[in-house]
Design a protein around this ligand. Structure first.
Ligand SMILES: [Fe+2]
Ligand SMILES: [Fe+2]
Length: 417
């Protein structure tokens, strides 16, 4: 482990941080060993009345009960699954560490918890795609859950400088997020997280992903697999629009990840959809209803020759609150024009490069016809090019989004339409 010089006043503060409960630590220990029995998990949970009550309540919620009443912890464990139980135990037994408002990061109440859960789902899924020496998937899940724990402690020391963090990541090759934290406080959330995890006496394997998730190539060789799972999981969680406040867009993907996983670009897009689905399924049961963006129902025409790309846009829109029956999908400009002739359309999302008729020609055609010219168009481009964006705006395009699109991009692009 590299040498860390954490300022004394911050180090003192983390010692005062509420401890994660013994129950959660014991569960982590049990679940992260390859061979363990269901009974071992149940024995630990049953000693904690608060956790038992909470698990039974969640197991009886609409998402899990499937019409049955669940009255024993054994049934609850089987229905919820060990990983989710781990998540609930950590969330329920760590005071307000995950729930507090992170002012230093412009993060709202609960933002760290949502981001941590999404990263956990993603890290677990990714751990199953590791080519050599795959890490225990429950360990990857737990590491995802805890990777940003240092933020909970560092936030209060960043409040004065949080504006400085807002701009990080906008200029390619500039300072990293962790560099700016170091500049402002003398330490960063990965160093602090590592110290907190040690303080909580968490299993050793969990310390490395916490310490190196922003710089996975620096992790010791024997821990790189799990560190890369969390690194990639963290980035995918942000692609769903749930980072922590201003951390959202600031992290660069370490290209070395390709050495560890059997993954391509389409896989990554599908993983984003998968983890969102899984998160949506459990969100309400464990987090309660979330203040969702309320949007009027409109008819949206999605034009893209890739089925996966259309699906990703559709899922992003659904997460933003739009309903299924209002989507129309076309594979190219010609099909889009046919749709426009037969259906009233409120918004068009279009890719640019498509066979038969591309996006630019479609945009020109739409804008030249009085009956269509007022339909707002969002263009999605894989070229991140300011001149092209300007050109498209001159043609009358409302917004130009870069690929890969995220639900947050989509929500922002449809605001006020
Ligand atoms: Fe982080
Ligand atoms: Fe993160």
């Amino acid at each position: 482990m590299d040498i860390m010089n954490i300022p004394e006043h911050i180090m003192k503060r983390i010692q005062e941080l509420p401890m994660v409960s013994d129950v959660a630590v014991r569960l982590m220990d049990i679940i992260s060993t390859e061979k363990h029995s269901l009974q071992q998990v149940i024995d630990v949970i049953e000693h904690d009345v608060y956790l038992t009550t909470r698990l039974l309540r969640i197991a009886n919620s609409a998402a899990f009960a499937r019409g049955q009443s669940i009255s024993t912890i054994q049934r609850a464990v089987v229905n919820l699954g060990e990983d989710l139980i781990m998540g609930i135990a950590v969330g329920a037994c760590s005071g307000d560490v995950f729930q507090k408002e992170l002012k230093g990061y412009d993060g709202s109440t609960g933002a760290l918890w949502r981001h941590s859960l999404l990263t956990a789902f993603a890290a677990k899924k990714i751990s199953e795609l590791v080519v050599k020496n795959p890490p225990n998937s429950s360990l990857a899940y737990t590491a995802g859950l805890l990777h940003d724990i240092g933020m909970a402690a560092l936030s209060e020391f960043l409040e004065q400088g949080s504006k400085k963090l807002n701009g990080v990541g906008n200029d390619e090759g500039g300072k990293s997020y962790v560099d700016v934290e170091q500049e402002l406080t003398g330490t960063d959330h990965t160093e602090l997280g590592y110290e907190i995890a040690k303080n909580w006496q968490l299993p050793e394997e969990l310390l490395y992903p916490i310490r190196y998730h922003h710089e996975p190539s620096k992790a010791p060789a024997e821990h790189k697999e799990i560190v890369y799972c969390v690194h990639l999981g963290d980035i995918l969680a942000r692609c769903t629009g749930f980072g922590v406040g201003n951390e959202n867009l600031s992290m660069h993907l370490d290209s070395e990840y390709v050495d560890y996983f059997n993954l391509n670009r389409d896989h990554l897009d599908m993983l984003i959809v998968d983890i969102q689905d899984e998160f949506e399924r459990v969100r309400e049961s464990i987090l309660g209803p979330m203040e969702n963006e309320v949007v009027d129902h409109k008819t949206i025409l999605i034009v893209d020759d890739s089925k996966t790309a259309r699906l990703v846009i559709k899922r992003c829109l659904e997460i933003a609150g739009w309903q299924d029956e209002y989507f129309l999908e076309a594979e190219n400009g010609i099909e889009a024009i046919e749709f426009l002739g037969n259906h009233p359309v409120d918004i068009i999302f279009t890719d640019l490069n498509m066979p038969r008729m591309g996006g630019e020609q479609l945009i020109k055609l739409v804008k030249s016809k009085p009956e269509f010219q007022n339909i707002p168009i969002v263009a999605i481009s894989s070229l991140n090019n300011a001149a092209k964006t300007e050109e498209l705006k001159l043609l009358g395009v409302k917004t130009v989004l870069g690929k890969p699109v995220t639900p947050m991009d989509i929500v922002n692009s449809i605001k006020g339409m």
